[in-house]
Design a protein around this ligand. Structure first.
Ligand code: PEP
Ligand code: MG
Length: 898
C-alpha cells in the first residue's frame, strides 16, 4: 500500500473524497491542486501510518515509509527549486496534523522546519532580510523544542522556558516588544534557546533537516494521544482508531514585508447565510497574528470594511488610511482571492472557510473546509444552494443539523448585548431561548412584574400557571427531565435547570450566587440554549421564521417514513405543534390540566375522600372539566390520533407542601390545617417515582379510570356527532405486567360500551399502553395480545433500566460524564446500547404477536436527533416530542430515512 500522497503544481495523488485516509486537511489540499488553486507543494502521510505508528512503534513504521517520504521531499525540492539545508536555496517546511474530523488546536504543528545555521544564511540572501531570517530561525527552535523535544512545561502554571529567555533578554536590552529585537538579539536568542535545550534534555538541538523532519512527524503522530486530543475525541465522539494524517508542505511567508500578508475568509456569511464573501487579513503577518488578537485584523472587502468602521465609530478617512480593505490595499491579490473563493465554493457546493497567505505578491491557499455556521445561516444556505441548483433536495436536507433548528424557534439575545453580559452561573440548557426579567421566587407572584423570571429550587405542578406567565424559569436543582425542564420545553419557554451555584432562601426572598445576593425584583437574564445565567437585563430579539424554514420542513415531509407527533396537554399547545407540522398527539398528560382553576379543588376532594362513594362524588365534578379539555384537544388535532394517558403521577403532587398553601387549601375545603397536614403526611412515599402512581392508581381506584375513560369517550362521541374526525387513543401508564393492563383495558371498554348505549352513538377509539418499565418490554408479546398500540416512555424506562432516579441524577451525572463513565446524559440522549436494546426487544416482541402493532415513543428522547434516528431503525411508526421540538424531530426523522 501507498503511505505518502504528494501534491503540488496542479497535480495530486489524493483527492477530496479520501478524507479517511488523508484527513480533512490533506484531502482538501490535494483537491485544491487538482482544480487549479495555488497551494504550496507538499505531501500527506496517511492516517493508516499513524495507527501503525501507535501499534507497531516508530522504528518499524519509519523504515517502511522512508523511501516514500524521501521521494516526496525530493519532489517538493524540485517544484520549489530549493534544497533541504542549502546555503543558497534552503527548503523550509511546515508539518501539521490533520484528522478526518477537524480537531482544532488539539494536536501539534511545527513551522519553518529545515532551519539551521546554513539555511538561515540562505533565507537571508533570498529574502534580503536578515531580521526576518533570524526571527524565523528562533521561532523554529522554540516551536520544535516545545513540540518535539518536550520542552513545554507540563503544567499551565509554569512558563515556557523559551518565553522566560525572551523576557530575560528584553530586560537586558531594556525593550518591551518582540518586534524591537535587533537581528543580533535574535541570533542571541537562537543561541540561548539551543543551550536551554541541551541543558534540559541533555541533547543537542538537531541541525540535520532530515532528523528534524522525522522528529516532527513522530511528534504529530504522538500528539494523537495527548490528553487534550483524547479529551476532545471523547467529547466529539471521534473514534480513537481513526488516527491523524501528517501534512508536510513548503513554507510560505506572510511576514515578508508590505506586499505580503495572511488571512481567513468565508465564502458566505456564517452568521446570516447571506451570499457575501467576507473575512479578515493582516499585512506583513503570520497566521497566528490574525488569531492572537495583538493587531486589529482588517476586512477583506471594501463593503465589509465600511460596515466594520461604522460599527466601530471610525471615520471613513481613518478607515481608509489606517485599516484599508484588502480590496483597496492589494487590488490584484483581492481579485485573485475573490476568484479563488468563488471557484472553491462552486467546486465544493458548500460554504468554505479558507486560510490564505500572500508572499511577496503571490497568493497561496493553505486550507479550505466546510465552514461552521449558525442555525439561521445553515437553513438559508441549504435552501439557497438548492435553489441555485448547486445541490439536490437530499443534500439540502442533510445539511441541516437538526438540533440547531432550535435557534430559529425562540427569542434570542441581541449579539451586541451579549458581549458585555456578565455570567453569574451555569446550569443545564433545559429549554432553549432567551429570557430577561425581574426575579420572583413564587409562582403565584409571577405576574407581579410585567417581565419576570421565576427562580425556584425546583418547580412542581402547582407552579404551572406562574411558569407560563414568567418569561423564563431558573431552578437550582433538577435535570433535563425535571418538572421545570419538561414543562418549559412544552411551553417553548426558556429554562435553565439545575444551576447548582444558585442558593435560594424563600423566607428572606434572596438568591445567593457565590456569596453575592440577588433580591426579588432584581433583573436577571437566562440563556436556555447554553444554560448561562446573566446579571441584569440583556436585550433580546424575536427569531426570524423565514420562508426558508418552511421549505426545509416541506423537504422533511417529502422524505420521512415516520410521522412526528407532539406531547401536548392543552388545545393551545396542540395548535402550536400543529403549526410546526405535528401529525397528532403522542402524549397528553391529563394531570397537567388538573391544576387549572376549579379543577384542583375537585381533585383534592377526590384525594381526601375516604370511601368509594365520596370519591365518585368528587370525580363526578372533575368529569365535565376533563370532557371539555378533551373536546378542545381532539378538535385541534382533528383527523389525527390523540393519545390521552390516564392519571400517572403520585397523588402527593396534587396537595400543597408549603404552609401558606396548606392554609389556603384548608380554608377552601372547609377542613382544618391539621387535617391537610395529616393528608400530606399520609401521601408521603420514600420513592414516589416507584410508588403509588401510574396504573397502580387506576387498579386501586378503578373509578378514576372509569371517569377518565368516560370523559374521553363522551368528548369523542360529541365531536363525532358534530362531524369532527376525533381519534382518541386511550393509554394506560406504567404497566409492568399484562394483567395490570388487561384490568384497565376492561374498564375502558366497558365504560365505552356504556357511553355508546347511553348516547345511542359511537366513535372510534383505541386502547394501548406505555412501555416504560423493563418488565413490560420483556413481556411485550403478552401485553400485545391485549394492547392496540405501544408508546415507549423512555424517561421512566431510562430511570428504571439504569436505576437512576430522574429527579436526583443531576447530582452525579455531570461527574459521570466528565469522567467518561457515560458519554451523555441518558435522560437527554437515548442510551442505545442499553435502554435502546430494551426498546428494541419490546418492539420485536410486541410485533411478534401483532405484526402491525402501532409503536411510538413519547419520552423526552422523541425530540433528540440521534434518538429519533434510533427510533426509525427499530421500526417505530412515530416519535412524539414537545411542540417546539417538532421541527427538529421532523428533520431527524427524514434524515434517518435518506
Ligand atoms: C416517560 O416516562 O417517558 C413518559 C413520557 O412519562 P412521564 O415523563 O410523564 O413519566
Ligand atoms: Mg413515565
Amino acid at each position: 500500500t501507498k503511505h505518502v500522497y504528494t501534491f503540488g503544481a496542479g497535480q495530486a495523488e489524493g483527492k477530496a473524497n479520501m478524507k479517511n485516509l488523508l484527513g480533512g486537511k490533506g484531502a482538501n489540499l490535494a483537491e485544491m491542486n487538482l482544480i487549479g488553486v495555488p497551494v504550496p507543494p507538499g505531501f500527506t502521510i496517511t492516517t493508516e501510518v499513524c495507527t501503525m505508528y501507535n501499534e507497531q512503534g516508530q522504528q518499524a513504521t519509519f523504515d517502511l515509509i522512508k523511501p516514500e517520504v524521501e521521494a516526496a521531499v525530493a519532489l517538493v525540492e524540485q517544484l520549489t527549486e530549493t534544497e533541504f539545508g542549502s546555503k543558497e536555496n534552503p527548503c523550509l517546511m511546515s508539518v501539521r496534523s490533520g484528522a478526518r474530523a477537524s480537531m482544532p488546536g488539539m494536536m501539534d504543528t511545527v513551522l519553518n522546519l529545515g532551519m539551521n545555521d546554513d539555511a538561515v544564511e540562505g533565507i537571508t540572501k533570498k529574502s534580503g532580510n536578515s531580521r526576518f531570517a533570524w526571527d524565523s530561525y528562533r521561532r523554529f527552535v522554540q516551536m520544535y523544542g516545545d513540540v518535539v523535544m518536550d520542552m513545554k512545561p507540563a503544567s499551565k502554571e509554569e512558563i515556557d522556558p523559551f518565553e522566560e529567555i525572551i523576557e530575560e533578554l528584553k530586560e537586558e536590552k531594556g525593550i518591551q516588544l518582540d518586534t524591537e529585537f535587533s537581528t543580533d538579539d535574535l541570533k542571541e536568542l537562537v543561541a540561548r534557546f539551543k543551550a536551554a535545550v541541551k541543558k534540559v534534555t541533555g541533547k543537542d538541538f538537531p541541525t540535520d533537516p532530515w532528523e528534524q523532519l522525522w522528529g516532527a512527524v513522530a511528534a504529530v503522530f504522538g500528539s494523537w494521544n495527548n490528553d487534550r486530543a483524547i479529551y476532545y475525541r471523547r467529547m466529539e465522539q471521534i473514534p480513537d482508531e481513526w488516527g491523524t494524517a501528517v501534512n508536510c508542505q513548503a513554507m510560505v511567508f506572510g511576514n515578508m514585508g508590505s506586499n505580503s500578508g495572511t488571512g481567513v475568509a468565508f465564502t458566505r456569511d456564517a452568521g446570516t447565510g447571506e451570499d457575501i464573501f467576507n473575512g479578515e487579513y493582516l499585512i506583513d503577518a503570520q497566521g497566528e497574528d490574525v488569531v492572537a488578537g495583538i493587531r486589529t485584523p482588517q476586512e477583506i472587502t471594501l463593503e465589509g470594511s465600511k460596515r466594520w468602521a461604522k460599527l466601530q465609530g471610525i471615520s471613513e478617512e481613518e478607515r481608509a488610511s489606517k485599516y484599508p480593505s484588502l480590496e483597496e490595499a492589494m487590488p490584484e491579490m483581492y481579485r485573485q482571492l475573490n476568484d479563488t473563493q468563488q471557484k472553491l465554493e462552486d467546486h465544493y457546493s458548500d460554504m468554505q472557510d479558507l486560510e490564505f497567505t500572500i508572499q511577496e505578491g503571490k497568493l497561496w491557499l493553505l486550507q479550505t473546509r466546510n465552514g461552521k455556521r449558525t442555525g439561521a445561516a445553515m437553513v438559508k444556505m441549504a435552501v439557497d444552494m438548492l435553489e441555485e441548483g448547486r445541490i439536490d433536495e437530499k443534500t439540502a436536507l442533510k445539511r441541516i443539523e437538526a438540533a440547531k433548528l432550535d435557534e430559529l424557534l425562540h427569542p434570542v439575545f441581541d449579539t451586541a448585548a451579549m458581549k458585555s453580559a456578565t455570567v453569574l452561573a451555569k446550569g443545564l440548557p433545559a429549554s432553549p431561548g432567551a429570557a430577561t426579567g425581574q426575579i420572583v421566587f413564587f409562582a403565584d407572584e409571577a405576574a407581579s412584574y410585567p417581565e419576570s423570571v421565576l427562580v425556584r429550587t425546583e418547580t412542581s405542578p402547582e407552579d404551572l400557571e406562574g411558569m407560563n406567565i414568567a418569561k423564563g424559569i431558573l431552578t437550582a436543582r433538577g435535570g433535563m427531565t425535571s418538572h421545570a425542564a419538561v414543562v418549559a420545553r412544552g411551553m417553548g419557554k426558556c429554562c435553565v435547570s439545575g444551576a447548582g451555584a444558585v442558593k435560594i432562601n424563600y423566607k428572606t426572598r434572596v438568591m445567593t450566587i457565590d456569596g453575592k445576593e440577588y433580591h426579588e425584583g432584581d433583573w436577571i437574564s437566562l440563556n436556555g440554549s447554553t444554560g448561562e445565567v446573566y446579571e441584569g437585563k440583556v436585550s433580546t430579539m424575536d427569531p426570524e421564521m423565514s420562508g426558508n424554514f418552511a421549505k426545509i420542513m416541506d423537504l422533511a415531509q417529502k422524505f420521512t417514513r415516520m410521522s412526528v407527533r407532539t406531547n401536548a396537554d392543552s388545545p393551545a399547545d396542540a395548535q402550536v405543534a400543529r403549526d410546526f407540522g405535528a401529525q397528532g398527539i403522542g402524549l397528553c398528560r391529563t394531570e397537567h390540566m388538573f391544576f387549572e382553576g376549579e379543577r384542583i379543588k375537585a381533585m383534592r376532594e377526590m384525594i381526601l375522600a375516604k370511601t368509594e362513594v365520596d370519591r365518585r362524588k368528587a370525580l363526578d365534578k372533575l368529569l365535565p372539566y376533563q370532557r371539555e379539555d378533551f373536546e378542545g384537544i381532539l378538535e385541534a388535532m382533528a383527523g389525527y390520533g390523540v393519545t390521552i394517558r390516564l392519571l400517572d403521577p403520585p397523588l402527593h403532587e396534587f396537595v400543597p407542601h408549603e404552609e401558606a398553601n396548606q392554609k389556603d387549601m384548608a380554608k377552601e375545603m372547609g377542613i382544618s390545617v391539621e387535617d391537610v397536614k395529616a393528608l400530606v403526611d399520609d401521601l408521603h412515599e420514600f420513592n414516589p417515582m416507584l410508588g403509588h402512581r401510574g396504573c397502580r392508581l387506576g387498579n386501586t381506584y378503578p373509578e378514576i379510570t372509569e371517569m377518565q375513560a368516560r370523559a374521553i369517550i363522551e368528548a369523542a362521541v360529541n365531536l363525532t356527532q358534530k362531524g369532527v374526525d376525533a381519534r382518541p387513543e386511550i393509554m394506560v401508564p406504567l404497566i409492568g405486567t399484562v394483567k395490570e393492563f388487561k384490568l384497565q383495558a376492561d374498564i375502558i371498554h366497558a365504560t365505552a360500551k356504556k357511553v355508546f348505549e347511553e348516547k345511542g352513538a359511537k366513535c372510534d377509539y383505541m386502547v394501548g399502553t406505555m412501555i416504560e418499565i423493563p418488565r413490560a418490554a420483556m413481556t411485550a408479546d403478552l401485553v400485545a395480545e391485549h394492547a392496540e398500540f405501544f408508546s415507549f416512555g423512555t424517561n421512566d424506562l431510562t430511570q428504571m433500566t439504569f436505576g437512576y432516579s430522574r429527579d436526583d441524577a443531576g447530582k452525579f451525572l455531570p461527574i459521570y460524564i466528565e469522567k467518561g463513565i457515560l458519554k451523555n446524559d441518558p435522560f437527554q440522549v437515548l442510551d442505545q446500547e442499553g435502554v435502546g436494546q430494551v426498546v428494541k426487544i419490546g418492539v420485536e416482541k410486541g410485533r411478534s404477536t401483532k405484526p402491525d402493532l402501532k409503536v411510538g415513543i413519547c419520552g423526552e428522547h422523541g425530540g433528540e436527533p440521534s434518538s429519533v434516528m434510533f427510533c426509525d431503525s427499530v421500526g417505530m411508526d412515530y416519535v412524539s416530542c414537545s411542540p417546539y421540538r417538532v421541527p427538529i424531530a421532523r428533520v431527524a426523522a427524514a434524515q434517518a430515512n435518506l
